[in-house]
Design a protein around this ligand. Structure first.
Ligand SMILES: [Zn+2]
Length: 202
């Protein structure tokens, strides 16, 4: 399978095959200490190499605003997602399906999405601690589209995306589409629905 197009739609109705993985993954963090135990094979967080320059520019610009944003969780394999889901099912029962994507339904498998974490006063905060009022989350929400990323699971769109609001999860879709989604206030799912219905105005 070739590399997926950057605007690929992945959700519970559009699953990735279990054997899909991006060929070109790069580590996102130069900090040697930033290796997260729960990542696949304890590697540094990875994203697709072709989107790395956009990511890099974004975090550099955030840094000039005094915000130290980093990738907490990037690429995740199908098997990893299965394990996470199994853990959550054991812990939360049916509620797990609201919190964790089905294997194949996670954008993390594309290498095009990441959950951000941040450093503040030398302390590292995992994506789990990100809330919408955080200056880091506010900055990302308002600026990520200028670098081709979108807040993928916004507040108020839970019914459409099938996910709870995730202020930490961003997805690369390319500069043009990111701006379009941001300006129109629609999700990638809605964009595709319009496309299918032939009501997409471009
Ligand atoms: Zn995520």
């Amino acid at each position: 399978m070739n590399e997926l197009p950057i605007d690929v739609l992945v959700n519970k109705d559009n699953l990735l095959p279990s054997d899909y993985y991006p060929k070109d993954l790069v580590a996102t963090d130069e900090n040697e200490n930033n290796i997260h135990e729960y990542q696949d094979s304890k590697r540094k967080p990875m994203i697709r190499g072709d989107i790395y320059p956009y990511y890099k520019k974004m975090i550099e610009d955030a840094k000039t605003c005094g915000l130290e944003i980093t990738v907490d969780s990037g690429y995740r394999s199908y098997d990893y997602q299965q394990n996470v889901l199994d853990e959550f099912l054991a812990k939360f029962g049916e509620e797990a399906y609201q919190k964790v994507a089905l294997p194949g339904a996670s954008e993390h498998q594309t290498g095009l999405a990441f959950d951000f974490g941040y450093y503040r006063d030398g302390k590292y905060y995992l994506s789990d601690f990100v809330v919408e009022e955080d200056p880091e989350a506010v900055w990302m929400k308002e600026n990520a589209h200028n670098y081709g990323f979108v807040l993928r699971y916004p507040k108020g769109k839970e019914e459409i995306t099938g996910f709870q609001f995730e202020p930490w999860h961003f997805r690369f879709v390319g500069l043009e589409l990111a701006k379009e989604l941001f300006d129109e206030g629609i999700t990638l799912d809605e964009y595709y629905a319009r496309k299918v219905n032939g009501t997409l105005k471009r």
